[in-house]
Design a protein. Sequence first.
Lengths: 107, 242
Amino acid sequence: MGPDHYFILIYNIPSRQLEVHGFEENYPAAVEAYDQFEREHRNDGSVEVVLVGADSIETIHKTHSHYFAQHADDLFRQFLEGASSPVSASAGRVIRTSKPRRRRRGS
Amino acid sequence: MPSKRKVNAAGEAIRAYLEGGELPDDRRVVEEATLIQAVELIREFRSEHATPLQRVAANLRYYVDKHTIGRPIVVGQRLKRLVTIVDKLQREPRMELARMHDIGGCRAVVGSEEEIRAMAAHLRRRWEIIREYDYMENPKPDSGYRAYHLVILKNRHRLEVQLRTNAQHRWAELIESVNRRTPGLDLKGGAAPPELVEYYRLGSALLAAEERGEPAAPAVVNRFRHLHEEVAGYHQPGKHGT
């Protein structure tokens, strides 16, 4: 098992679009960029910026799945089967994942 | 590295600033410059959690690997968003910022409650654990949240470790999603229409029973189905009743 990889997720709530910035194993660079992105979006309540880490972005899809998938999902379906009302599935959404960028500190 | 006293003072400055929210600039108790300094100090304090968090997450991954043979290891970490640090300062007015224990957090999603308990027992012997929250035995009363949380001390920093089963995790992620797409709704804090809170609380209980292989009580299932119809409107875009 190698060290964790770090990603900054920038999630636009109204448009449900997600930008992913990858930093590979460079945690200090990711922490620095986290501060910068947060400052950039400080007056914008419709954007969430978060710094996460895991062995891969695929794992982040699981540990922080609410940034990646629509969730009014079928979690409770088994308890509703046979009930009088049909179980409605919600529409999916467009996910845009930017090309991971690598950032390095100056020195 | 900012001292505990400075960290706490920064937390207090933020609180004082937020309390004076409606005051014109010249009557504010906390000046803009002080506020900016406080925010930067909090960022610095947050950054200090990075290295201990990195170690704890790597450690957790190693232990999860030992306890979950043949399944993918699901371990992730995050540094708390500044906005949620500030929200928490406001929500818990007596908490000292230096004692906030979830600025650095990591989580593991594992197979069952037994696995979680086995892992907690294992970690207890290896980590300096200062607090444990058993939300499997005692789900959060406001929301029905289930998981097992450990607060540990690593390099003099408090960190939160969340252990969740797959169903507990999917439920928690669902709540995050519902909260975010419904402005004004806070299912985690219980600030939501009572029928919606009850719906998700029962959903959490039903999932827990199912995961344990226990039969669901018919009365609970019926109540849940009834609530499912009642809350349908909240789940449609543009029909948020709050």
